[in-house]
Design a protein around this ligand. Structure first.
Ligand code: HEC
Length: 110
């Protein structure tokens, strides 16, 4: 779900799950204008279940909210990244995606 239908790896890729690049997902689109630069660096998703609230402005409270945001195609605006589009995930697919995000936390033991 993360790599396929969700298309999350278009930006969240590699060991730290970030391409280290700037993207406009529409989080900064408010009242028909972009606040600030509009584009933000893709954050790592390591330990993401422990770092709520989400996005640069903390506008999304839970991982469920984040998945809902992406499922709806972000917040459409003139500079929306072309990798952000409505996903039309089923409830089961949303739960699978959230379970994957939950699994990115924890300690590594050798
Ligand atoms: C076009 C690139 C792009 C795609 C595709 C993308 N993301 Fe993101 N993601 C970002 C950027 C950029 C941010 C930070 C936005 C901000 O801070 O306003 C972000 C933020 C997040 C956050 C919040 C992290 C935090 O610590 O605040 C989560 C969780 C997340 N993305 C999960 C996903 C999932 C799950 C998918 C697939 C359904 C996905 N992303 C697809 C670029 C992308």
């Amino acid at each position: 779900m993360f790599r396929g239908k969700g298309n999350c790896t278009a930006c969240h890729i590699g060991p730290t799950l970030t391409d280290e690049s700037l993207h406009n997902t529409g989080v900064a689109w408010r009242d028909s204008r972009l606040t600030g630069r509009g584009a933000f660096k893709t954050p790592t998703l390591r330990e993401v279940a422990r770092t709520a609230p989400y996005m640069h402005d903390g506008s999304l409270a839970t991982l469920e909210d984040v998945i809902g945001f992406y499922d709806g195609g972000g917040r459409p605006n003139p500079n929306l990244d072309r990798e952000i589009r409505p996903l039309r995930l089923t409830d089961a697919e949303k739960r699978a995606l959230e379970a994957f995000l939950q699994s990115l936390s924890g300690t590594v033991s050798f």
